[in-house]
Every structure is written in structure tokens, then in C-alpha cells.
Design a protein around this ligand. Structure first.
Ligand code: GBH
Length: 441
């Protein structure tokens, strides 16, 4: 059931930027033509990837970029969010690849929006080390020096929250550490890296600087104080821990003391003004008091000792991944952020939103996207300054610990032949962009 997808979507403001997103490790392949990343090492570990696959080839985008740019042009998007692989930039010819990609995108009328870090850290580096933040800023200077004459929208980091939580606290993503709350320095060092990168980008003359954070509303399982307290705690971890150092220059109460280094001085760097704020939204989280048992949540097992428990949101359709479909959570998230941060919140762009479903006739994906775009419009009507929306993802791709089992693409990829086939949702999004008539922003 495509829900309201039959009726025309509401008009978005002039200059609204419509796009799609991908990330380097999930689509590029050509792993032998770059340095190893922490993901290569993690993938080789026993039982780390559910289908036992690797991203050695993935969508082979590194060799098929021209075909993928043609798919973007056919879709009619105004912008394409991709990530620059730091391990590839460290290798001969790596920067040339992104240089050509940017030219091809511009020739196709698509604005390039590079993300400078989407989880594929060079294998010899470690976010537990403060020095990694400085190394990141040096790498960013190199990329900005090469692409900065043609790129006017930058993303420093993708989802430092998920990279900290999944990679360093729970160990289900690379580098596979299970530090629980001892992973907090990883959050601080990424935020510091972000701030240093903003300075490096500005020094290189770059404008249009943002970040892509994972955020979602946190719902308490009941009005009982223990559930409300647990939900507030989860809200701090997912939302406030990352939004507040960036937007307000301070950590939520009690957390600054747990961070390494001269936190006060670092917060000055972390809170360098941003031109826009990117949000990746998938679903709200229902949280209650701890139940003293392991919990299965969104493909991840949460250990029993956490001070909260995650509950199932009932009465909702779920995607193939088991994530609930809650479009109005996006309206709630955006109006909530606006109310919380007021004019400290720069213009917002939805840098990821999407779902995993099988099949080429993907009416479930159309219903998901349609619902979320309408929910986004309600936030615009409520006065939130939203400037763009990017679907995750252009292509089916390597979904991290889930391997190739989860398909998020508007375009189907056959992993035997690497053939690309647009799905019904590709045609639906193309028609939506045409109807908006302003896809180029
Ligand atoms: C993003 O991470 C990544 O940036 C991207 O690389 C990835 O491919 C994409 O999303 C799809 O996963 O509460 O049960 O509904 C998103 C990370 C999204 C992790 C939502 C947990 C909650 C699941 N998360 N999620 S649930």
C-alpha cells in the first residue's frame, strides 16, 4: 500500500535541495587500490558480518562511477552525497578518483556533497588517540585543496554517535571494541576532529560546512519516573551528546567531566559555527528502565548492564530490517530541535532517510519515503528552516555488519553481475523531483 503516494506531494520552498546519499566503503569496492581501513580488519574477524561477505567488490562503483552518475542524472537529483575514503586518498591515484567524480557530477548537473569521514578509518589509526583528530584535519586540508574550487557543500563526519556506539561501545561495527561507557573519548575525539576540520576547510576557503548526525525522538515506555529517566538518558546519548557541543559549545551536564584532555578549550574548537546541520533520521526509539537482560534492537544485541532498555514500538509496519515506520517522528524531531536550540540551530538538511525492503516493485519503500517527505513538509510549515532531503540510498549496497542482506537502494544491484536496475521507487522519486521542478536547488 503506497499510502498517500497517489496524491501530489506538497511544494517545498524555493531552492530546496533534493538528493541521494551513499558512502565509499559501502559501494566502491576496489579494496586493493587503497590502504586498508579498520573495516577490512574487522570484516576478516569470525562472525562479524552476518552473511560472511566483504566489501572488496561491493557495487564496484570505483570502476562503474560513470554508469552511476548517469543514474543520478536520470533521477534528476540536485545533489549527490558521497563519501571520500581517507584510506583511498592516502593511496596513489585516490584523490584523482574523487576529482574526476566531482567533474562528472557537475557535467551531469548534480551538485557534489562529499562526506569526509563515513567510518572507514585508515587501519593504522584509532579514535581512542587524540592525535587522530589532527591527522583528520591534515587529510581534510588535502581534500579541500583539491576539490574546493568545485565543491560548495561539505560534510565533516557521518554519525559520530553510531560510530562510537556500534564500533567502540558494543563492538558490532569496526573496530569491534566493547568498551561501553569507556568509549566516550571516541565521541570527544571525533567531535574535536570535526572542529579542526571546520577550521581547515575555512582556511582552504571552503564554505557550506555541515555535519551528518544520527538523531531521533526518544519516547519513554510509560510515564513512570524510572522509564522517563531512562528515556532521558538515551536522549542524552543519541541526541544531546552530539548536538550540544556543536551548537551550544557545552556537553550535557556530567559528561564533560568524563571526556579526555582540556575539554573547555576543545569545546571552543568543536563549536566553530556551522553553515548547516545535517540529520540522518530512520525511526524513534522507545526506551524504558533497565530490565536486566540482553535486548535485540535493530539488528544489535544490547548488553544487560546498560542503564536503559529499548522496547518494541508496536502497531507500526516494520521494514525488512525490523525498524518501525514512524514518519511523524521526523516532524517531532525537527520541531523538538528547533524548540530546544532556537536560533543556535543552523538551517537543517536531512542527509539520510530510507528503508530496507526486497524487490523491484518496492511500493513499501515508496510509502516510507512519501510519508517521511510529507512529515518533513509539516516541519517546514511549523517554521523549521529545512533546506534539503537526501534518500539513503542511491544503490543497494554493503550494509556493514549485515552484509548484502539489507537493500536500501532506489536502484537494485545484482551482486553476481553488478547490473543496476532502477526500482519502482527510483521512478517515483524522479517524478516527485520533476513535480517539484526545483531539484537543482
Ligand atoms: C546509517 O546508519 C549509516 O550512515 C549508513 O551508512 C547506513 O547504511 C544506513 O544508516 C542504514 O543503516 O530503532 O530498530 O528502528 C544508521 C544507523 C539507524 C542505527 C537506526 C539504528 C535504529 C533501529 N541507525 N537504527 S530501530
Amino acid at each position: 500500500d503506497a499510502g498517500t503516494a497517489g496524491t501530489a506531494a506538497p511544494r517545498f520552498p524555493d531552492g530546496f535541495l533534493w538528493g541521494v546519499s551513499t558512502s565509499a566503503h559501502q559501494i566502491e569496492g576496489a579494496a586493493d587500490e587503497r590502504e586498508p581501513s579498520v573495516w577490512d580488519a574487522f570484516t576478516a574477524g569470525p562472525g562479524h558480518i552476518k552473511d560472511g561477505s566483504t566489501a572488496q567488490v561491493a557495487c564496484d562503483h570505483y570502476h562503474r562511477h560513470a554508469e552511476d552518475v548517469a543514474l543520478l542524472a536520470g533521477l534528476g537529483v540536485g545533489a549527490y552525497r558521497f563519501s571520500v575514503s581517507w584510506p583511498r586518498v592516502n593511496s596513489p591515484g585516490g584523490l584523482d578518483f574523487y576529482d574526476r567524480l566531482v567533474d562528472e557530477l557537475l557535467a551531469a548537473g548534480v551538485r557534489p556533497v562529499p562526506t569526509l569521514f563515513h567510518w572507514d578509518l585508515p587501519a593504522r589509526l584509532d579514535w581512542l588517540e587524540r592525535d587522530t583528530a589532527s591527522r583528520f584535519a591534515e587529510y581534510v586540508s588535502v581534500v579541500a585543496g583539491r576539490l574546493g574550487d568545485r565543491v560548495d557543500k561539505w560534510i565533516t563526519l557521518n554519525e559520530p554517535a553510531e560510530h562510537t556506539l556500534l564500533g567502540h561501545a558494543l563492538g558490532v561495527h569496526a573496530p569491534g571494541r566493547k568498551l561501553l561507557f569507556d568509549a566516550l573519548p571516541v565521541a570527544h575525539h571525533q567531535l574535536l576532529a570535526h572542529g579542526l576540520a571546520v577550521r581547515a576547510l575555512r582556511a582552504a576557503g571552503a564554505a557550506g560546512i555541515g555535519i551528518a548526525n544520527s538523531h531521533g525522538p526518544t519516547w519513554a515506555a510509560s510515564a513512570e519516573p524510572a522509564d522517563v529517566e531512562a528515556a532521558d538518558f538515551y536522549d542524552v546519548l543519541l541526541n544531546r551528546l552530539f548536538a550540544e557541543p556543536l551548537l551550544l559549545g557545552e556537553y550535557p551536564a556530567g559528561l564533560g567531566e568524563l571526556m579526555p584532555g582540556d575539554v573547555r578549550a576543545d569545546l571552543k574548537i568543536i563549536s566553530e559555527p556551522l553553515d548547516w546541520y545535517g540529520i540522518n533520521y530512520y525511526a524513534p526509539t522507545l526506551v524504558g528502565a533497565p530490565e536486566g537482560a540482553e535486548i535485540e534492537f535493530g539488528g544489535v544485541t544490547l548488553p544487560a548492564e546498560l542503564p536503559f532498555s529499548v522496547r518494541e514500538i508496536e502497531g507500526r509496519p516494520v521494514t525488512d530490517f525490523g525498524w518501525p515506520v514512524v514518519p511523524e517522528g521526523l516532524t517531532e524531531l525537527l520541531t523538538g530541535f528547533r524548540d530546544r536550540y532556537g536560533d543556535r540551530l543552523p538551517p537543517v538538511v536531512i542527509t539520510e532517510n530510507g528503508c530496507s525492503y526486497e524487490g523491484l516493485d518496492d511500493t513499501d519503500r515508496i510509502a516510507y519515503l512519501d510519508g517521511h517527505i510529507r512529515a518533513l513538509h509539516r516541519a517546514v510549515e511549523a517554521g523549521v528552516d529545512v533546506r534539503g532531503y537526501f534518500v539513503w540510498s542511491l544503490l543497494d549496497n554493503w550494509e556493514w555488519a549485515e552484509g548484502y542482506a539489507r537493500r536500501f537502494g532506489l536502484v537494485h544491484v545484482d551482486y553476481e553481475t553488478l547490473e543496476r536496475t532502477p526500482k519502482a521507487s527510483y521512478r517515483w522519486y524522479r517524478d516527485l523531483l520533476r513535480a517539484q521542478g526545483r531539484a537543482s536547488g
